[in-house]
Each structure stands twice: as C-alpha cells, then as structure tokens.
Design a protein around this ligand. Structure first.
Ligand SMILES: NC(=O)c1ccc[n+]([C@@H]2O[C@H](COP(=O)([O-])OP(=O)(O)OC[C@H]3O[C@@H](n4cnc5c(N)ncnc54)[C@H](OP(=O)(O)O)[C@@H]3O)[C@@H](O)[C@H]2O)c1
Length: 320
C-alpha cells in the first residue's frame, strides 16, 4: 500500500502532479490536501484512472491550527506514507497578515510545509528506505531576511521579494532537515524547481504566461514522489558528514539533480536559525494537537480501565 500526500493539487502544476501520480501503477492511495472539497472532488474524478484511490482532506494552509489538525488526522489515518509533496503556494498583491500573525506567503509557502513535514515524519519514517518529502521550490529565490520574515520591521513589503524569500526558505529548510529528525529517521527531503508555467501564482508575480507546460513541470515532482531513487541521509550528524551521499541529489530541476548546498559555517548557522524559528512558530499548534491526542488516549484508557474493572466485578449481563 503506497500512500502519497500532495498539497496545491487544484493549481496549475499541482493538477499535473496529481494526474501523473494517480496514473502511476505503484501508487495505491493519493491524498489531496485542498481548501475547496468540491473542486478537489472534480479534480479527483477527472484524474482517476488506475485502481489507486484518491482521497481528499480539507485544509486551509493559512491557518496553523487547521494545518496542525490536518497533520494529526493524516498521521492517524495513514501510519505509513511514502511521500509528502508540499506544492501549494500563494502570491497576494499586498501584504496580508493571517489570524496567526504571519505574513500570508510565509505562512502558506513555508510554515505550512514545515508543519506538515513534522506531523508526518513518523508516517514517512515508517515507509522504510522510501519515505520522502518533496518541497516544490524555485530558482526565483533570495531576499530572505530571518530577522523579518513577516515583513513587519525592516523592509517595505514587495510581494515578489516576499515570494522569493519563501522559496529560498523552502530550499534551506529542505537542506536543514537532513541534519534534523528526517536524517535520523532516514527520510529523504528534496527541493525542486518545477518549471515556469502559466498560473494564478505566476500572474501574481507579474508574468502573464509561462514557457513550460504544466505537464512538463508536474513530471519532476511526480517522479521524485514515486520513482526516483533518493538516498536518505541516514545520519544525525552534521551537514558535512552527511552531505557526501546526498548533496548531489538534493535540489532538482525537473528530474535533473543539481547542487544547492550550504556547507559553510555561516550558511549552516542561518539554516539552523530558520529551522528553530519555524519550530517555535509551529510548536504551540502541534503541541495542542498532541495534547488532544493524549486526552483521547487518556480517556480511552480510562474507559477501558473502567470496563476492565467492571468486568472483574460484574458478570456480562450487568455490563449491558
Ligand atoms: N508557476 C510557476 O512558474 C512556478 C515556478 C517555480 C515554482 N513554482 C512553484 O510551484 C508550486 C505550484 O505553483 P503554481 O504555479 O501551480 O500555483 P497555482 O496554480 O497558483 O496553485 C497554487 C495552489 O496552492 C493552493 N493554495 C494556495 N493557498 C492555499 C491555502 N491557504 N490553503 C490551501 N491551499 C492553498 C491553491 O489552492 P486553490 O486552488 O484553492 O487556490 C492551488 O491549489 C508553488 O510552490 C510555486 O512556488 C511555480
């Protein structure tokens, strides 16, 4: 049973990633994370071809509590997941602050990627030697200022620069994941540039048309999620010791591996800082979900204990 989870399937590139994954014989379940179930269902019926099931999960990636709840639900429903493809992204025309207090692009394009990765780590690790995260990033990346990721303090907001900073963060967090829990668990994390495709997002960046087809752009992520032989880091040690096997296949252009690495001390420090910031931002929401799960387990345990206690003291007739 091979399960793949994908966000942003209702978009241009995501629709093609979904169609290509759905057509892959080895995939038995594709879970689409969508914010509009009707559009998700329309897409699912359009791309459903093989015997694999397509399932939908509703989530608003701009709402951290909703993302944490979705991640917890997914982890419970799917104890083994082969791939998480973080593909959803947004480019608004002005600075929007979410109810969680983050700039919208930072929350949807970066924080939600991180939160889904964290929530699904145990399920990805359970898919031994196969589990992977594919973060859809871009070559259009840079302008990351870790002292002001929400564009509230140091710079005048510019939606293109804000977008570039999120795509830079996608690459850096993918790299950093190698020396975090993902490395320890043997889960590969890669980032890629899919191509330049006409989409709502591209238009938000001020480009009317792309020059790649969505089918071509979808092929890289679909291949990375299903067929690519990715080497898990398999080590909790520093970037330098784990990079030898992995650095050459960390960042992709479509199906072509290219180098994108931050092996010097300064960059490693920035990447670690990014990870810690995301961890701190995600922690209250993930902890709230963990506490809920603990309460349910506790309550279930208490009921089971009460029943067990009753069973000892009464006969079956009294339990009815
Ligand atoms: N297009 C390009 O040329 C290009 C180039 C390089 C990299 N990329 C990357 O490729 C990925 C896909 O981009 P695209 O061009 O295909 O974008 P797109 O067509 O605009 O699709 C964006 C997707 O993200 C979803 N989304 C946005 N905000 C969301 C939210 N709050 N909750 C849930 N889902 C949300 C959208 O859902 P709705 O349908 O509900 O809005 C849609 O499915 C992005 O990561 C982007 O950075 C694109």
């Amino acid at each position: 049973m091979s399960t793949i989870i994908l966000s942003g399937a209702t978009g241009s590139i995501g629709g093609e990633i979904a169609a290509q994954i759905a057509a892959t014989a080895s995939v038995s379940r594709l879970v689409l994370l969508v914010r509009d179930l009707e559009r998700g269902a329309a897409l699912a019926s359009k791309i459903q071809r093989g015997p694999g099931q397509i399932e939908l999960e509703k989530v608003d990636l701009a709402d951290a509590a909703d993302v944490a709840a979705c991640g917890a639900r997914l982890a419970r429903k799917y104890p083994q997941v082969d791939a998480l493809v973080n593909n959803a992204a947004v480019v608004p025309d002005k600075r929007i602050i979410t109810r969680d207090g983050h700039e919208l692009q930072w929350q949807v394009n970066v924080l939600s990627y991180f939160m889904l990765m964290q929530s699904l780590l145990p399920s990805l690790a359970a898919s031994k030697g196969v589990g992977r995260v594919v973060n859809v990033a871009s070559d259009y990346a840079g302008d990351l200022d870790l002292a002001d990721v929400d564009w509230s303090r140091r710079r005048r907001y510019n939606s293109n620069s804000a977008y570039r900073s999120t795509k830079e963060a996608n690459r850096r967090l993918s790299w950093e994941a190698r020396s975090r829990g993902f490395g320890v668990a043997g889960v590969a994390v890669v980032a890629l540039m899919p191509g330049v495709v006409t989409s709502t997002l591209l238009q938000g960046l001020g480009m009317r048309r792309g020059f790649d087809s969505a089918a071509k752009a979808g092929a890289g992520p679909a291949w990375l999620a299903t067929e690519a032989r990715l080497e898990p880091v398999g080590s909790s040690s520093s970037s330098s010791s784990s990079s030898s096997s992995f650095s050459s296949s960390f960042y992709y252009h479509g199906q072509q591996a290219s180098k994108c690495q931050w092996d010097n001390a300064q960059e490693s420090k920035s990447n670690a800082r990014l990870w810690e910031m995301l961890d701190a931002a995600a922690a209250p929401y993930l902890a709230a979900e963990a506490a809920k799960a603990g309460e349910v387990e506790g309550a279930t345990g208490a009921v089971a204990g009460a029943i067990a206690g009753n069973t000892g003291a009464t006969d079956a007739g009294e339990l009815r």
